[in-house]
Design a protein around this ligand. Sequence first.
Ligand code: AHR
Length: 528
Amino acid sequence: MKFGGVRFILRISLLLLVSTATLMAAETAHLTIDASKTGVKIDRNLFGQFAENLGHGLYEGIWVGPDSPILNTRGIRNDVVTALRALKVPNIRWPGGCFADEYHWRKGIGPAGQRPATINNSWGGVVDTNSFGTDEFMDFIQQIGSQAYVSVNVGSGTPQEAAEWMEYMTDAQPTALAKERAANGHPDAYKVGFLGIGNESWSCGGDMTAEYYLSQLKIYTRFVGNDNPAQQGPNHMLKIAVGPGFPETEWTETVMKGWQLHDWSWNFDGLSLHWYTVPNGWENKTPSLGFGVEDYVKTLKSTLFMEEFLRKQETVMDKYDPQKKIALVVDEWGAWHAPLPGSNPSFLVQQNSLRDAILATLNLNIFARHADRVRMANIAQMINVLQAMILTDKEKMVLTPTYYVFKMYVPFQDATFVPVSFDAGTYTQGKVTLPRVDAIAARDASGKLWLEITNLDPEKPVEIDAEIAGMTFKSAKGETLTAPAVDSVNTFAAPNAVVPKPVFASLKGGRLALTVEPKSVTVISLEP
Ligand code: AHR
């Protein structure tokens, strides 16, 4: 090749470099934070999980049985317990979901070989051995250091059955059921932190009207109690009523109006709310693998509706409960994608990509901004089902991008919300426009300031210039979660494709500067 030819190639390469740089030129975002401003607590229970008896959520995901070659403690997978301990999971909702309203607890206690096999009518009509019952769930809760959120059966059960289940779990006195628990190897009364009174009673829980459900709620909250002496008075178990799964407010109106008139004999502490991200509707669900930017932006746009949904319900709750005594409990949320090809469609198996991680941060940030009313939430679901933290296949286990978001957010558990104002403009793709950046901040008990920044823009990095007033900080460090593509996932073969990496942040004279990569989640801590 002649010298001129080389010059030509160099010129073209330079041109390509310049145009790529222009394409990738960073946007700028100015953030303002007054670290001395104290807001409400971001309740640790906002980071709760949901483990329904569905597909491989419990069986194989948690429970492999004591004789399994997979390392386990009393039948519960050790790898899963270790992974979940790192998330400091505050509470786990069990046994459903829709399954809760067909579950009869007595079938799941006693010697393993003597438990009856039943059919899981909610999820695929498969045989349920009932090997994972109350004592196994409580063992699991204790192994990971969490709290039990038990949903009782209102649809096909009775208040008496629910009351007896509570007696079995929580009675410290020598009642017949407490003795039965002891005979099953558990002399100490369990704690039940939260009690759900039914599930989606407007649909799979019995298709009730709000008025009918309210009458059931009164009976259940009157007669189903917690006898554990450690859970009386200020530490009492919180009772959670079924709330809406749709933006309309009639259900909330009826239940909250009823609550306003309650007397000494019945009460509840939280109203549940369910909202899934299903951007194309239930008949045309989005794939969880092999999608592009168009699906990514549509999904994030759809998930941001959570904010409006909460606001609508909060307006009604404020009318009947201006003191915010009743918490809004988003005990089912997350992305509901199409089942993975080849999987049992009733098992709700989906992969979990960088898109889902970003979706999770957007929801967690919305909950944090509504933390005066939203004091508990449960992502659906914990293992092998929907937007899972963990996927397993026999002895193999992989942590999903959503798992890493929950890990990065651990410092926000019970931290105090600090308002952040920011403007980074918008990102538009086709007909969809998204905010380019989202951010929250909080101070933990040690005085550290934690800042989370999500860059929704899938193409451009954003240079963050944050002005931090009200306190001085010595140093800043952090980590970021991103990957080459919006649909990047962790697999059993490549488990570290989407994992957090350290990020550089400079702190000078009350100004924090860093660059956040496209489609990324970044958490920075500032040391006072
Ligand atoms: O999470 C899966 C199902 O979604 C739950 O069982 C039900 O409550 C909701 O409709």
